[in-house]
Design a protein around this ligand. Structure first.
Ligand SMILES: *Cc1c(COP(=O)(O)O)cnc(C)c1O
Length: 350
């Protein structure tokens, strides 16, 4: 039976990419070897990681602007501390828009003063604070572009003197942005880029070198930059599958083209939610995410009935995060419009 995968992460990958990824397990692009058994220093993998790095810069328009691309391990969660350890001299400002921002702040506190410029915790992170100011004498400003858990998304980013650091784990490459506004962007691959196991870091090299603390080798961006992301063995397979999605993204017309599709999917879904009396969106309209749509039943006594309905129809991953409740449909880049239409049909019938 066909499954409709709406998982929040790890999440859907296109059928074509899964096929290509499976082929490479047996025979990597005609090399006679499996992707799982080649050296990370082989010419074949060097070509893979270089192509992935170049595509990231090309798709985001960052070529020739002093940015470098790393594929690290430890997930976005390790970036919470690496960012602070590498960039925080004395203090940094954070916008707290959810669970992941809170975790980032907690880690950063180990390295200096964390200034919370604003928080939406008072309403369980169902909105994005917009009325805040950022001091000029901070080492960097950190924000989370898309709150995967509550389903909110930052629409506009501040322009600053200090480096702007952003956790884009759940909406990387989903919309056109002025990426050169950011000093550092990180994203766990498993939501919008590829499988679990690698974390993309895009960094403007000039923002490094300001702190004088000792940084353990593996946690120092400079280590990985000096060795172009192969200081130690990286997640070869996860990087390869991420490259496949980057190639597909370019073929489909790049970020502008995928943004159009993402807008269409999300608009259709929100329109359905707003039109149906049985359902309601959870977050403030102005903060609605194009990637993770959270909603609930207006009559919670129908929960069991609804759960049985979608599960029987082959839908997967719609249960909301335990801190939010209700439901969450993840409409990442790889989510076909057709699947979204099937889900809307299901809501309509219900
Ligand atoms: C999933 C997620 C994380 C955590 O990622 P890991 O790779 O599991 O550490 C961090 N930030 C955001 C915004 C996320 O969606």
């Amino acid at each position: 039976m066909k499954k409709y995968n709406f998982n929040a992460g790890p999440s859907i990958l296109s059928t074509e990419i899964l096929k290509e990824a499976a082929k490479a397990v047996q025979n990597l692009e005609g090399s006679g070897l499996s992707i799982l058994e080649i050296s990370h220093r082989s010419p074949a993998f060097t070509a893979i990681i270089q192509e992935a790095q170049e595509l990231v810069l090309e798709l985001t328009g960052l070529q020739g602007k002093g940015y470098r691309v790393l594929f690290l391990q430890g997930g976005a969660s390790l970036q919470f501390l690496m960012v602070a350890q590498n960039l925080m001299h004395t203090k940094a400002a954070y916008l707290n828009t959810g669970r992941w921002s809170s975790s980032a702040m907690q880690e950063a506190q180990l390295f200096g003063e964390v200034i919370e410029v604003a928080s939406s915790a008072d309403k369980n992170f169902t909105y994005i604070p917009t009325d805040y100011s950022i001091a000029e004498d901070i080492d960097y400003f950190h924000c989370t572009s898309n709150n995967t858990v509550a389903g909110t998304q930052i629409k506009e980013f501040p322009t600053l003197q200090s480096p702007l650091v952003c956790d884009m784990s759940s909406d990387i490459f989903s919309r056109v942005l002025d990426y050169s506004k950011f000093g550092l962007i990180y994203a766990g691959a498993q939501k919008n880029l590829g499988p679990a196991g690698t974390t993309l870091v895009m960094i403007k090299e000039s923002i490094l070198g300001e702190v004088n603390r000792q940084i353990p080798t593996m946690l120092d961006y400079k280590t990985h930059l000096a060795k172009n992301s192969v200081f130690n063995t990286p997640s070869v397979y996860a990087i390869y599958v991420s490259l496949l999605t980057l190639r597909a993204l370019k073929e489909q017309g790049g970020i502008a083209a995928i943004e159009e599709k993402n807008k269409k999917k999300a608009t259709l879904f929100y329109q359905a939610l707003d039109a149906l009396p049985a359902f309601e969106g959870i977050v403030e309209a102005a903060a609605r995410s194009l990637m993770n749509i959270t909603f609930k039943l207006t009559d919670s006594s129908r929960q069991e009935e609804f759960d049985t309905t979608w599960q029987k129809a082959g839908f997967v991953g719609l249960k909301g995060h335990r801190s939010v409740g209700g439901y969450r449909a993840s409409l990442y880049n790889a989510q076909p419009l057709e699947n979204v239409e099937r889900l809307i049909d299901l809501l309509n019938k219900f």
